[in-house]
Design a protein around this ligand. Structure first.
Ligand code: NAP
Length: 276
């Protein structure tokens, strides 16, 4: 069993990116829009700002008050869309109640949609065309690549069908020639399906969800979940202690997919800047 060190892989990617941005002589800019005072969002945004600084990406955070109106929020996004120093726009979710995230996200032009949430980028992903792809699923694929694991011909099982993780990840696996099954809360015989997986990815959001009896001997297990365990500590969806011995490769939480998500945001921002 090998633990895939997402922190180290992400650090490598950031170093390469810093070098590329430096050599390009381009000023790469990311705008982060945050509404209200969600403590978790604040931590995520700080992490992103720090990673941008370390990589030579100019990040600017726009903090809007909780009571901001939909037109005010959208006017800011429209002005960032027109700003040529801004190559990527990230709207930190969730938004406070009463604001329509879908409508606000639709104001981000697909070329600056570094989260890959737009219909155009998702459509391109379906077609297997070049697109800005959601950061977490992209991070999962890069982690596999870093470990020399090719999904081609393998049976990949994705637990979770969210638009930000499960669905785009299933498409990435399909585009990489894996045979893909997507499971969700209505799936029957979930354990049996999981046991068939050569690569099992969990994006459910429940601690201890993936148990040893769900994992085939020698499978690769990627844990996307970020949860607080009963002890208050950060943990994934996978019962790591029991599952790990059965696997060929496994990712830890923290230090697995999480750091890759931020690294992919930087890569997407640089790609948006280089391709304009
Ligand atoms: P989400 O939108 O809540 O989706 C959860 C998915 O899990 C849904 O598709 C749901 O099925 C499925 N599910 C729930 N209970 C289930 C059950 N008993 N059996 C089978 N499937 C079940 O969550 P998300 O945004 O995709 O995030 C998932 C997890 O990943 C969370 O822990 C989140 O914090 C974490 N995350 C981590 C990163 C990172 O950077 N590492 C990034 C994003 C998210 P239905 O569709 O049927 O409801």
């Amino acid at each position: 069993m090998k633990i895939i060190d997402g922190k180290a892989v992400a650090a490598d990617i950031r170093a390469q990116l810093k070098d590329r941005i430096g050599r390009s002589g381009k000023e790469v800019g990311l705008a982060v829009v945050m509404v209200g005072d969600n403590p978790a969002s604040r931590v995520y945004v700080r992490n992103k700002e720090k990673a941008c600084r370390e990589t030579g990406i100019l990040s600017r955070t726009y903090e809007l008050p909780e009571g901001v109106s939909q037109p005010e929020l959208e006017a800011l996004i429209v002005s960032l869309a027109a700003d040529e120093r801004v190559h990527g726009i990230l709207l930190q979710l969730p938004l406070p109640e009463g604001l329509d995230a879908g409508s606000a996200l639709a104001k981000i032009p697909p070329s600056k949609d570094v989260d890959g949430f737009s219909a155009e980028n998702l459509g391109k992903l379906v077609r297997g065309e070049r697109a800005l792809v959601a950061c977490t699923p992209l991070g999962v694929m890069k982690l596999l690549e870093s470990a020399g694991i090719s999904p081609a011909g393998k049976r990949a099982v994705v637990l979770g069908r969210s638009e930000t993780v499960g669905k785009p990840l299933a498409l990435l696996f399909l585009n990489a020639d894996a045979t893909v099954t997507v499971c969700h809360s209505r799936t029957e015989n979930l354990k049996e399906i999981c046991r068939e997986a050569d690569i099992l990815v969990s994006a459910v959001g429940k601690p201890g969800f993936v148990t040893e009896d769900m994992v085939k001997e020698g499978a690769v297990v990627i844990d996307v979940g970020i949860n607080r365990g009963a002890d208050g500590k950060l943990c994934g969806d996978v019962d790591f202690e029991r599952v790990a011995p059965r696997t060929s490769y496994i990712t830890p939480v923290p230090g697995g997919v999480g750091p890759m998500t931020v690294a992919m945001l930087l890569c997407n921002t640089a790609a948006a800047a280089m391709e304009e």
